[in-house]
Every structure is written in C-alpha cells, then in structure tokens.
Design a protein around this ligand. Sequence first.
Ligand code: ZN
Length: 166
Amino acid sequence: MSTFTMAPELATRADKLIRKHHTHLKEIPILYVWRDKATRAGGRLVLGKASRLTGRNAYLIGAAIGGQGELYDYEHDDDADHTRFVIEIAADVWLLLTDDNERDALLDHELSHCRLDDEGRLVLRDHDVSEFAHIVKRYGLWRDDLREFGEAVEHQLSLELESSSK
Ligand SMILES: [Zn+2]
C-alpha cells in the first residue's frame, strides 16, 4: 500500500510555476502530497496525478487546516464550494529526476490539469493528445490535435538544434 506525506517543497516550486504559467491558479487552494512509490496504470508508470477533493472530504480538510489557502471563511457561507485540487507526485520518481527542468516539467504537467470553468469552478482538464506512437508512425499527424502537438515538438527540436550548434 502507498503511504502519503504532505509536500511543502512541491508547493514552493509550484508557486513559481503558477506565477509564470498558471496565474488563474494563484488564489486556488491546492494540496501537494508525496506518494512513496509510483503506481502503474495500463502498464505505465504514473509519475504524478492531479485530482479534486470535493464535497464532504473537501469541507473536512478545509476545516481541519483552518485558514490556510482559503479565499474566505467557508464556515459562514453555506453555499461555499469547498472543492480543492490535489497534486500527488511519486517520491521515488522525483528522486530520479535530477535536473530542475525535469522536475518543473512534471509539476507543470500536473498543474496543467487544473483549470477553472466559465463559472470559476475547479475542473480537471485532460491531455492535449492521446495517441500511440506507432499510429503516428503509420498514419502521420492525421488529426488537428496531433498536428498541433507535432508543431510544438518541431519548435522544441529546432530550439535544441539551435543551441547545440552554438
Ligand atoms: Zn497528465
């Protein structure tokens, strides 16, 4: 079974990323937690996970940790939405990520799942692309989302090429 511990050091790193790339999350309560060992899903290692705490669990955690990260006093607002995001990172994987860029990438990835809908409710966003590498090899960038992703990869490769030729 997995064990969990609070991860204040992740919160510190995430705050920097939020200020840079996710300003909509500035005032949003997010809990950061370590999972001791990465799990597997569909044969793949799960490095991190973004989820939501809702309803009673969200209320209880809010009440338990008091004012920390609260927008306002929930106790006196019956209609308050107690929902908050939880970002969980596999500690064993984190230790293997030795460079800051990789660690930021993983955390930034999980933050990218955290979104607000038009009414300001906390919702989770899915990945831009879900595809098998062999399908791209066989059929090319056959969908709009794949073409967009392909452009991002191309852009990144050109930057890397540029910096390696300097
Ligand atoms: Zn993801």
